[in-house]
Every structure is written in structure tokens, then in C-alpha cells.
Design a protein around this ligand. Structure first.
Ligand code: NAP
Ligand code: F7E
Length: 335
């Protein structure tokens, strides 16, 4: 039995599919009712869907968490709930911090009523800020946003709690991971959806912020495997989860437009409105420890991730989409 907080987000979906395939029963909750509706819809063709119990709820609600843990007695708890948009955290620091720090209640409640549960916390590469790449488990943290600061507090709190109470709790230091289920507020999906719209209308513009920022983009499907592996170890430990290669936002844009035979310079405008007060320049993780101890290694390269996301956003019925899709399929056959 697993409990997943923030189950209706991108990772919640992939983790649910992974755990179902491993025979788990799942209890999951999220506070976003529209996304919960979409999750139910996505799971509707999974023959194992009756093994998932979904609830609307808030990770900051202590009574709700206590009731859920005491009724489900989960072997594993995956804490994915977060206000996870870095840009938004500058406008909403309190909700971002309160949600991140809900891990404290989760740890305390679990220790009190069901201490055998193993707990995974979704920490983030954003905690490194401008620490020089490649970042490892031993790199300095230097958070540059309210989101990064809140996640770092949660990360340190978890490690301290584990040392004090000898419980099984650990945090994955996750670098950016994307998929066709990524919310469109994040740059990867904003780019692939934007290209799909431009191809469809044969016109339009894409307004982005900082094109020079470099991120280490992997596929969410592979990152949830690392989460599961981390809870199967003898001893709880923190791991960097990353591909080891970073690309600039400009490279993401250029790869996407090249796949539909267009030059990005004709469509993309860099707009101050989408810049953040501060932005880590280059986040690129070294996941050697995860490879050595978890035997975890990402296999989906950057180009394939961009292709998969773009293909998913192209609507199949229009001629322009069909043309672009066949170009993408041809390019994937030749490399
Ligand atoms: P996501 O798509 O934003 O999913 C998080 C889900 O949690 C959303 O549905 C969100 O709904 C929900 N949520 C927010 N506040 C909540 C609350 N108080 N109670 C219950 N649910 C709440 O994020 P993700 O990409 O799946 O990421 C999963 C976790 O990994 C997050 O903790 C994120 O910070 C962390 N992480 C992600 C990445 C990445 O690249 N994807 C990298 C490092 C770490 P709302 O829309 O209402 O907020
Ligand atoms: O930005 C730049 C932006 O919002 C990536 C979350 O999952 O990963 C994610 O956080 C980069 C940044 O993701 C736009 O300034 C340029 O440099 O897609 P993003 P993020 O901020 O890296 C980390 C690891 C998490 O933990 C988070 O939860 O792209 N950028 N132009 C833009 N970003 C957005 N969103 N929109 C733009 O127009």
C-alpha cells in the first residue's frame, strides 16, 4: 500500500502507473479538483484502476493526513504535493513555503501512528541555485527563489528528523523532468504546445523569458522509478536524480522548431515579463551515486523527450499537423 500526496500532478500520474504495475494498492490525494478529474479520466483505461483510491485533500491539513495514514496504514508515502512553479513562488511565497513544510506534519504523524511507513520527499535541484555544475549530493546549496528556499528547509528538516528518530525517510534531489503530462506553465510544455499552435495556425508568436538558462531535462517516467528505488534500499539516503547533460532554453526551442522544419528566430520573442528576479544559470546533475547504489540510469535522451512532447501536442486531424508529425517520425528513424 502506498500513499501519494499531490497525486494529480505530472509525477503523481507516472508514479501511480508504476506502482500499479508492481501490484500496489494506492491511496492518493490532491487539492486540485480539475486535475483530479483528469487523472480519473487518464486512469479509466487502466484495468488496475480499482486499486487506486482518490481523495480531494490538502497536505497542510493535519487532521486529514492523520485520518488517511491511520485508515490506510501505507508501507510507503510519496510526498509530491507542492506549489511547484518557481516563477509563481516569487508572488506566492507563503503558500509555497507552507505546502513545502507540510513534510514536518507528515513525518510527525507517521512516526506517531504508523512508524513503519517509509517516506519519500521530492526535493529539487533548485536548492543548488548558482552552485557550479555538475551538482552532486555534496554540492553547496544556495537557493535563489522562495520555492528553492522552502524546499531546502523541508529537505534539512527531513534529514534532521531521520537522525533524531531513526525512521526511514529520504529525499530525492530531482532535476527537471518533463513529459506530455507536464503542466503548460512550465517552459518545456509551453514550447511544445506553442509550436503545435503555430504549426496549426501557420502564424503566431511565442513569448518566453530567459533563453540562456540551462537545465538538465529528463523524462518523468524514469524519475518516478528512482523515487521507488530509493524506498527499497536498506538504509535511507539522499540521491541526485539527473541525466548529467544540460541544455539551454534556446536549445529546447531550436530543437522543437527544427522538428517541424521551422526556424525559431521567426517566431520566438524574449519578453522581460517572463524573467524571474533570480534564476539559476546552469543546473546539471551528476547522478553517479544513484547509478552505483540504485542501479538507476536514465535512458531517454533530450532529443527524444522533445519529440515525444511535441508529437503529443500535435493534433492529428489537420493537414499541417500530419505534415509535421510525419517529419518528426522520419527524423526519429534517422537518429
Ligand atoms: P506538479 O505537477 O505541480 O504536481 C504537484 C501537485 O500537488 C499539483 O497537482 C498541485 O496542485 C498539488 N498540490 C499543491 N499544493 C497542494 C496541497 N496543499 N495539498 C495537496 N495537493 C497540493 O509537480 P510535479 O512535476 O508532479 O512534481 C512533483 C513533486 O516533485 C513536487 O513536489 C515538485 O516540487 C517536485 N519536483 C519536481 C520536479 C520536476 O521537474 N517535475 C523537479 C524537482 C522537484 P496545484 O496546481 O493546486 O498546486
Ligand atoms: O523553467 C526559463 C526559466 O518553469 C525552466 C519545476 O518542476 O524544475 C522546475 O522548475 C527555465 C527557467 O522550470 C520561460 O526562467 C524561460 O530558467 O520550466 P520551468 P523550473 O523553474 O526549472 C525544478 C527542478 C523544480 O523543482 C520545479 O518544481 O526556463 N524560462 N522562459 C521560462 N520558464 C517558464 N516557466 N516560462 C517561460 O516563458
Amino acid at each position: 500500500m502506498a500513499l501519494i500526496t499531490g497525486i494529480a500532478g505530472q509525477d503523481g500520474f507516472y508514479l501511480t502507473e508504476l506502482l500499479l504495475s508492481k501490484g500496489y494498492l494506492i491511496v492518493g490525494f490532491d487539492n486540485h479538483s480539475e486535475r483530479m478529474r483528469k487523472l480519473r479520466l487518464r486512469l479509466s483505461d487502466n484495468p488496475l484502476r480499482s486499486r487506486v483510491l482518490l481523495e480531494l485533500g490538502d497536505v497542510r491539513d493535519r487532521d486529514f493526513i492523520a485520518r488517511l495514514i491511520s485508515s490506510s496504514k501505507p508501507d510507503e508515502i510519496y510526498n509530491l504535493a507542492a506549489q511547484s512553479h518557481v516563477g509563481d513562488s516569487f508572488q506566492q511565497p507563503k503558500v509555497t513555503t507552507d505546502t513545502a513544510l507540510a513534510i514536518k506534519d507528515l513525518l510527525e504523524i507517521s512516526l506517531k501512528i504508523h512508524p513503519v511507513a517509509r517516506i519519500f520527499q521530492a526535493s529539487t535541484s533548485e536548492m543548488f541555485g548558482d552552485s557550479p555544475p555538475p551538482q552532486t549530493e555534496r554540492s553547496d546549496f544556495n537557493p535563489l527563489s522562495p520555492y528553492a528556499q522552502a524546499k531546502l528547509e523541508a529537505h534539512e528538516l527531513l534529514i534532521e528528523f531521520r537522525q533524531k528518530h531513526s525512521c526511514y525517510a529520504c529525499a530525492g534531489i530531482l532535476f527537471n523532468h518533463e513529459s506530455p503530462h507536464r503542466r503548460e506553465e512550465f517552459v518545456s510544455r509551453k514550447i511544445t504546445l506553442g509550436i503545435a499552435r503555430i504549426v496549426s495556425d501557420n502564424s503566431g508568436q511565442m513569448r518566453l523569458g530567459n533563453l540562456a538558462a540551462r537545465r538538465d531535462w529528463g523524462h518523468a517516467k524514469e524519475y518516478v522509478e528512482a523515487m521507488w528505488l530509493m524506498l527499497q534500499q536498506e538504509q535511507p539516503e539522499e540521491f541526485v536524480v539527473a541525466t548529467g547533460k544540460s541544455h539551454s532554453v534556446e536549445e529546447f526551442v531550436a530543437s522543437g522548431f527544427a522538428l517541424v522544419g521551422e526556424d525559431w528566430h521567426d517566431y520566438v520573442v524574449s519578453d522581460q515579463k517572463f524573467f524571474r528576479p533570480s534564476d539559476p544559470p546552469d543546473l546539471c546533475g551528476d547522478a553517479a551515486e544513484a547509478y552505483r547504489k540504485l542501479a538507476w540510469q536514465p535512458k531517454i535522451p533530450f532529443g527524444e523527450l522533445v519529440r515525444e512532447m511535441l508529437l503529443a501536442d500535435l493534433r492529428p486531424n489537420e493537414p499541417a499537423f500530419r505534415r509535421a508529425a510525419s517529419m518528426i517520425l522520419n527524423s526519429s528513424r534517422t537518429n
